[in-house]
Design a protein around this ligand. Structure first.
Ligand SMILES: Nc1nc2c(c(=O)[nH]1)N(C=O)[C@@H](CNc1ccc(C(=O)N[C@@H](CCC(=O)O)C(=O)O)cc1)CN2
Ligand SMILES: Nc1ncnc2c1ncn2[C@@H]1O[C@H](COP(=O)(O)OP(=O)(O)OP(=O)(O)O)[C@@H](O)[C@H]1O
Length: 224
C-alpha cells in the first residue's frame, strides 16, 4: 500500500470531493430552464452593473474589465458586458489555448466579430490583438466563471485550472489583485468548496439576490 504524507492526504481528499461537487453542480446546471436563466441573468447583471458603476465613479476613469463569453447554461452576462462597453469601459474576453492551458485577452465590443473556440465557447477572431502583459497591471476587475462558490471565496470551475493559472500569473505582476467577482445562480453558492493551494479566492459573488462580499474580499479590504 502507498503511504501518503499529510499534504498528499489533504490533496487526495480535496481532489476527490472536488470531483463529486463538480459532478453535482454540472448536473444542477444542466437542469436550468430557459426562463430560470433569463430571469437570474437579468437580476445578477443588474447588481453587477450597479457595483461596477460605483467602482468607476470611485476610480474616476473608465474601467478595464476582464470577463468571459458564457457557454451552456452559465448566467448570460453578455448584456452586462454590452452596457460596460457602451459606457466607455474596456472589456476583454479570453481566447483559450489548449497547448499551454493559458488564456490571452482580447478587446470585446457588442459588434465585434466572434468565432467558436475551444469547448464551443465564443471568442474574438484571432486578428484582434491580445492585451499586452504590461497592460494587465491596470486591470480593475476580473469576472470569473465557475460551477460553485463559497463564502470564503472558494471557487470550483470546470477543472482545467485556466483561471487559477491566470490569476496566479496576475498576482505575480502586481502588488494587489484586482477585484475578482463571479455572477452566479443562488444554488451555485455552496457551504464549502474544497480549496487547494493554487486556488485564488474570489472577492465577491453576485447573485440574483444581490452582491455578497466573501471573507477573502473583506480580509483584503476590498469591501469598500
Ligand atoms: N464561459 C466560460 N469560459 C471559459 C471557462 C468557463 O468555465 N466558462 N473556463 C474555465 O476554466 C475555461 C474553459 N474551460 C473548460 C474546461 C472544460 C470544459 C468541458 O469539460 N466541457 C465539456 C462539457 C461541459 C459540461 O459537462 O457541462 C465538453 O466540452 O465536453 C469546458 C470548459 C476558459 N473559458
Ligand atoms: N497556478 C497553477 N499553476 C499550475 N497548475 C495549476 C495552477 N492552478 C491550477 N493548476 C492545475 O490545474 C488543474 C485544475 O485545477 P482546479 O481543479 O482548481 O481547476 P478549476 O478551478 O476547477 O478550473 P478552471 O479554472 O479551468 O475553471 C489542477 O491539476 C491544478 O494542479
Amino acid at each position: 500500500m502507498v503511504e501518503l504524507n499529510e499534504d498528499e492526504r489533504q490533496l487526495a481528499s480535496s481532489t476527490s470531493s472536488k470531483h463529486a461537487l463538480r459532478v453535482q453542480l454540472k448536473s444542477r446546471r444542466s437542469a436550468v430552464t430557459v426562463q430560470e436563466r433569463k430571469q437570474a441573468s437579468a437580476e445578477a447583471c443588474m447588481h453587477a452593473e450597479r457595483w461596477l458603476r460605483q467602482l468607476r465613479q470611485d476610480a474616476n476613469r473608465p474601467l478595464r474589465v476582464l470577463a468571459y463569453m458564457p457557454f451552456g447554461q452559465e448566467l448570460d452576462i453578455v448584456p452586462l458586458l454590452a452596457v460596460l462597453a457602451q459606457e466607455g469601459n474596456e472589456v476583454y474576453v479570453p481566447i483559450t489555448h489548449q497547448a499551454n492551458r493559458e488564456m490571452s485577452w482580447h478587446a470585446w465590443h457588442p459588434e465585434g466579430k466572434m468565432q467558436t473556440g475551444l469547448y464551443g465557447i465564443q471568442e474574438p477572431e484571432h486578428t484582434v490583438p491580445a492585451l499586452r502583459a504590461e497592460q494587465l497591471v491596470d486591470v480593475d476587475a476580473v469576472l470569473v466563471p465557475g460551477l460553485g462558490f463559497d463564502l470564503a471565496g472558494g471557487r470550483i470551475g470546470m477543472g482545467a485550472g485556466y483561471y487559477d493559472r491566470f490569476l496566479a500569473k496576475l498576482q505575480h505582476k502586481r502588488e494587489e489583485l484586482p477585484y475578482i467577482a463571479a455572477l452566479i445562480y443562488e444554488w451555485q453558492q455552496v457551504a464549502n468548496v474544497p480549496m487547494e493551494n493554487h486556488d485564488v479566492p474570489v472577492h465577491l459573488i453576485i447573485c440574483p439576490d444581490g452582491v455578497q462580499w466573501t471573507y477573502a474580499g473583506i480580509a483584503c479590504g476590498k469591501d469598500r
